[in-house]
Design a protein around this ligand. Structure first.
Ligand code: GLV
Length: 329
C-alpha cells in the first residue's frame, strides 16, 4: 500500500513533490488545533505526520496515534514529547544543519539592530520626524569591542561567534547553562584562543550582549528570569533567537521598563504568537516574528529534509535525521 502523509501546514517546494512521489498526501489548508490534530493522528488514515512547531504532539496524542512517525519541519522539537514517542515506538525527525547560518544572521541582525536603534530610526524617518543630521540624534552603542556572551555553544552559537569575531567583539561562552561542562581545545577547533569559556554566572555579569542559543528543556525553561536579569549590566542587551520560554518574558518587560537592562532583540516569545503585556510598547526592543530560518533556500532545504525523513519513516528506511534512533535500535 502507498504511504499516506498528513502535512499540517502548506510547505514550500520541494517537500510536497517528494512526498507525492512516495504516496498520497493530505495538506491541511489551515493549521489544526490540538484536538483536530489528535483526532487525525488517531484516525489510522496516515503513516507519517509532517508537523510545525505550533503543533503540540504530547504524550496523550501519541498514546492514541496510529502513525509510524512525526517529521518536524524545524531543527527544534520541543513541541513533541520525544520520550513518549519513543515509548510508543513512533519515530521523530528534524531538520538540523541547514538553518545554522540563517539563524546566526538574525541573531547578528538583532545585535546590530538593538545596538544602533535601527527600528526606532526607521520609524522616525517614516513618520516624518527626521529633520536633518544632528550630532546627538539616536545615539547608539558600539558593537566593536563589546562583550558578547553566548549561552550555549552548539552550531548556531558558533556561527554567531564567527560573525561577532569579524565585528571585533570579545566573545565569551557558557556551553550548557545553567550548568557547566568543560569544552576541550579539540572541540573549540577554529575558535581556540579566540573565545573564552566562563561559568554561566560570569557570562551573565560580563556580557554587553547576552545571546541565547540553548534548546528548550526543563533545565533551560526560564533560564533568564528576574534574578538573572537583575545580575546583568544595566547597559546590557538580551538577544533571543532560541525559544521564547527560555526567558521569563514578563520579568523581561519589567527589567526593560525599569532600566534593569538596556534593550532586547527577540525573534521568539514565551507564548507565540502572543507577547507579554507591555513588550510591544517598549522602544528599546527589536521584535521579529520567529524568522530565524526564513530565507528561500533554507526553507526549501527544511522542506526537503522533512520530506525525506517522512518518506523514510513511512517506507521502513532509516530517516536521515532521526531524533530518537533508539526506536529502530
Ligand atoms: C526554528 O525555530 C527551528 O527550530 O527550526
Amino acid at each position: 500500500m502507498d504511504a499516506r502523509f498528513l502535512v499540517t501546514t502548506p510547505i514550500p517546494d520541494p517537500g510536497l513533490p517528494l512526498l507525492e512521489a512516495a504516496g498520497s498526501v493530505t495538506v491541511l489548508p489551515d493549521p489544526p488545533d490540538y484536538s483536530r490534530l489528535r483526532q487525525l493522528c488517531a484516525s489510522g488514515d496516515y503513516d507519517v505526520v509532517l508537523t510545525q512547531l505550533r503543533d503540540t504532539v504530547d504524550a496523550a496524542l501519541l498514546a492514541e496515534a496510529e502513525i509510524k512517525g512525526v517529521s518536524n519541519f524545524a531543527v527544534g522539537y520541543n513541541n513533541i514529547d520525544v520520550g513518549a514517542a519513543t515509548s510508543c515506538g513512533i519515530l521523530v525527525g528534524n531538520t538540523p544543519g541547514v538553518l545554522t547560518d540563517a539563524t546566526a544572521d538574525v541573531a547578528m541582525a538583532l545585535i546590530l539592530g538593538t545596538a544602533r536603534r535601527v527600528v526606532e530610526a526607521d520609524r522616525m524617518v517614516r513618520e516624518g520626524r527626521f529633520h536633518g543630521w544632528e550630532p546627538e540624534l539616536l545615539l547608539g552603542r558600539d558593537v566593536t569591542g563589546a562583550v558578547l556572551g553566548l549561552a550555549g555553544f552548539g552550531r548556531i552559537a558558533r556561527a554567531v561567534a564567527r560573525r561577532a569575531l569579524a565585528f571585533g567583539m570579545q566573545v565569551l561562552f557558557s556551553p550548557r547553562p545553567p550548568g557547566d561542562r568543560s569544552v576541550s581545545q579539540d572541540e573549540l577547533g577554529e575558535f581556540s584562543g579566540r573565545v573564552t569559556q566562563v561559568p554561566w554566572e560570569e557570562l551573565v555579569a560580563r556580557s554587553d550582549f547576552l545571546s541565547l542559543h540553548v534548546p528548550l528543556t526543563e533545565q533551560t525553561h526560564q533560564l533568564v528570569d528576574a534574578e538573572v536579569l537583575g545580575r546583568m549590566k544595566p547597559e546590557a542587551i538580551l538577544i533571543n533567537t532560541a525559544r521564547g520560554p527560555v526567558v521569563d518574558e514578563s520579568a523581561l518587560v519589567v527589567s526593560l521598563r525599569n532600566g534593569g537592562i538596556a534593550g532586547a532583540g527577540l525573534d521568539v516569545y514565551e507564548d507565540e504568537p502572543h507577547l507579554a503585556p507591555g513588550l510591544a510598547e517598549l522602544p528599546n526592543t527589536v521584535l521579529l516574528p520567529h524568522i530565524g530560518s526564513a530565507t528561500v533556500p533554507v526553507r526549501a532545504e527544511m522542506s526537503r529534509l522533512s520530506a525525506l525523513n517522512a518518506v523514510a519513516m513511512a517506507t521502513g528506511q532509516r530517516p536521515p535525521h532521526l531524533v530518537n534512533p533508539e526506536v529502530i535500535g
